[in-house]
Ligand binder design. Structure first.
Ligand code: UDP
Length: 244
């Protein structure tokens, strides 16, 4: 699979349709696979943390989750075809999984939220099996118990939604002992499925303005969102010095 290098982070050159096909194939084969979903904030953080970069680059599929990543690829003269938002990928994958009777385990978000999300997903995707849920607020010593719970449920697909870099590090540390065919680090997806956080209307997503919608809805994210212009400037001035 073709990829480009943005500030040291590998990002696959892939369309949404190709990503969904690839993810579904992962669910059907015997190997374990990992998908990470870096946006500009994650890539900027990784560019200052070589261990985190290595973790992201170890994934089987790395999708450009944010519009900033697509603009970054254009600045580098290696344009990616489109934004592949983790949330949209998961929704399209759920449609296929529902038809095939595949199962998902939801791990992350505040207590109770994954259960609400599970109920809503069962209604929306008739046939999708919810193998189990676990909230994302736990101590390191709980890892073993959580792994045992996931392994007993033996889901086809494990969604780890703990925010970055926690979710990527957790998957990386435990992927070999986890009994799931596909694992994804998917940030705030469970909150959106539960209806606690609204996804931006299509207009904003289509015009690369989802960040603006989120800023209006959650002004407290302002400081985090400064990562977007910082990322753009770093790609512009230093992007070409990173080797593939
Ligand atoms: N979260 C969690 N455990 C933690 C920290 C965060 O489960 O220790 C959850 C949080 O409740 C939220 C998600 O991780 O559901 C992170 O959401 P955010 O919107 O920050 O994700 P991102 O912007 O990284 O996609």
């Amino acid at each position: 699979m073709k990829s480009i290098n943005i500030l040291g982070v590998k990002v696959n050159n892939i369309t949404m349709n190709e990503a969904v096909e690839t993810a579904f194939n992962y669910l059907c084969d015997d190997n374990k696979n990992v998908i990470y979903t870096p946006n500009s904030e994650i890539i900027l953080a990784a560019s200052n943390d070589s261990e985190f970069t290595e973790i992201i680059n170890s994934a089987d599929l790395i999708i450009p989750d944010g519009i900033g990543v697509v603009y970054g690829s254009k600045i580098l003269g290696q344009p990616l075809p489109e934004r592949v938002a983790g949330f949209d990928l998961v929704c399209l994958l759920f449609e296929k999984m529902a038809q095939a009777g595949k199962s998902v385990f939801l791990f992350g978000a505040k207590p109770g939220v994954a259960d609400t999300a599970a109920e809503k997903l069962k209604e929306k995707y008739n046939g999708l099996v919810i193998a189990g849920t676990n909230d994302g607020y736990f101590k390191d010593e709980d890892d073993e118990k959580i792994i045992a719970k996931i392994n007993e449920a033996a889901p086809d697909f494990l969604m780890v939604c703990l925010g970055f870099p926690k979710q990527e590090k957790w998957i990386y540390k435990y992927k070999d002992v986890l009994n799931a065919k596909l694992m994804i680090g998917a940030g705030g997806c469970i909150d959106v499925f539960a209806g606690n956080v609204m996804r931006a209307p299509e207009f904003y997503c289509k015009h690369g303005l989802e960040w603006f919608y989120r800023l209006m809805k959650q002004p407290s994210r302002f400081v985090r969102m400064l990562a977007l212009p910082k990322f753009g400037l770093k790609v512009l001035f230093k992007g070409r010095s990173y080797k593939d």
